[in-house]
Design a protein around this ligand. Sequence first.
Ligand code: URA
Length: 207
Amino acid sequence: MNIKDFKSLKEIHQYFAVHNTCKLKNTATQPVYETTPPTSGIVFIGEAPGLSEDKLGKPFVGAAGKLLDELLQIIGFTREDVYVTNVVKYRPPNNRDPLDREKDACRVWVNAELLLIKPKVIVPLGRHSLQRFLPELNISTAHGEVHIHSSGTPILPMYHPAAALYNPNLKNTLQEDMVKLKEFLNRKPKKGTSKKKQSIINDILQL
Ligand code: URA
């Protein structure tokens, strides 16, 4: 199956839920994903599902998800307007950090989602997700700024909402970064962002 051939997110998830080598599927209840593309073009990418997500099969439905909903409200969006996914599709036991081999095993699954959605902007939430797109950057200095990925896709990293549950100062930072995301979306597209460029984006995001 060529990852460019999928026609819907549902098709992608059905395919990769069977064709993936992530060992976490042996301990997790189910894969965690959404099936509706975002109306805003924003894709948030977290780390890995936790207990609530594992139970329900949906991303960011626990405490961190509630904070994400609150933050979205600040910029006038709801969860229906955005797409939320994770670098790893299965819950790691006891919510430990995902291992590199688990991230690698889910990499093509995430690429297929991005190829289908063609995001206007990708928002990595936290260091694991940032590392997947821009490994040379650090979340503490890269958050809130737009970085252009080698594929041409804008990347606006933010702290993981779970971090703000433990460190309330980060909630203000997250709020400010959400406003920056809104400002970015409101900017007029620069001339030269043509269809041709989009096809290059498609090709490179597959890697
Ligand atoms: N944290 C994540 O990174 N992803 C989820 O889906 C939930 C919590």
